[in-house]
Design a protein around this ligand. Structure first.
Ligand code: UDP
Length: 251
């Protein structure tokens, strides 16, 4: 019998040792958390949907040359990924005012931004992921100026791609959060996209009704969380092998 070694457990995912050096297995849990884990729930089937949506998005990003950690999906809840040295930043890209941007500047949610904004947050739950500037990032050696440039360029490409991909299925991409990691080749390292892209990490509004189809349904107690995530998957055309997932019911 073999027991897989757990490398890391986060709020929504677990990382296990992979079958080969330089690989990991990323397991998507049904756990949902918000407000730095002050609010918690288990949303039956969420992990299955996010695994599929993230697989779909990462695969498509790879085809347009945005290198990322995804290798292949293994089963309903797991994917094989490349092991990266995670850069401790949450990179947020915004097209429309919402969430913390609305609160911070007293702006109405839903106001389109004249141009997309990229923000960096230091990934540290104990500190509530504070907003940081490029000065902090280089000063504390979280990333180099070259890496920041690469991250900015890649994030804009991801944004352009996701805007088009979601727009084509009647969904407005309001904002999203992504993370990056380093892979080493001898003396040299390269930054690639890591983590996940799913309704847990994006704000997605129905283009016609502005109905929220993302984690704000959980954060703001709007109900129908799983139904909305499933709707996103259905519109992207990745529902074919999707098991029946009913909120609060069996997956
Ligand atoms: N986000 C995320 N994880 C976080 C914080 C934010 O995935 O820990 C995503 C969030 O879903 C939204 C975007 O990043 O799509 C911007 O979030 P915001 O700064 O508005 O924070 P929030 O209102 O979610 O606290």
């Amino acid at each position: 019998m073999t027991r897989r070694k757990k490398i890391y457990e986060g709020k929504a995912k677990i990382l296990y040792e992979g079958p080969e050096p330089g690989t990991l297995i990323q397991y998507f849990k049904d756990d949902a958390t918000a407000f730095n884990a002050q609010k918690k729930a288990v949303l039956e089937g969420k992990g299955v949907i996010n695994n599929r949506i993230s697989e779909y998005v990462m695969t498509r990003l790879n085809t347009i040359g945005v290198q990322n950690h995804f290798i292949k999906r293994l089963n309903l809840r797991e994917q094989l990924i490349r092991e990266v040295e995670i850069i401790p930043l949450e990179v947020v890209c915004r097209n429309i005012v919402a969430g913390s941007l609305a609160t911070r500047f007293g702006l109405p949610e839903g106001q389109p931004l004249p141009r997309s904004i990229i923000e960096f947050y230091f990934k540290e739950d104990k500190l509530n992921d504070p907003l940081v500037t490029e000065e902090h990032i280089t000063c504390f050696n979280w990333a180099t100026t070259q890496e920041i440039d690469d991250i900015l360029a890649m994030t804009l490409r991801v944004n352009d791609f996701l805007l088009g991909m979601f727009n084509a299925v009647g969904i407005t991409l309001v904002d999203f959060k992504i993370e990056y990691g380093r892979i080493w080749e001898g003396e040299f390292s390269r930054v690639i996209l890591a983590d996940e892209i799913s309704p847990d990490s994006c704000r997605l509004w129905d283009s016609t009704t502005n109905e929220k189809l993302d984690k704000d349904r959980f954060r703001r107690d709007l109900g129908n969380v799983i139904e909305s995530y499933t709707e996103v998957a259905r519109r992207l055309g990745i529902m074919k092998e999707m098991p029946r997932v009913i909120e609060g019911g069996a997956a």
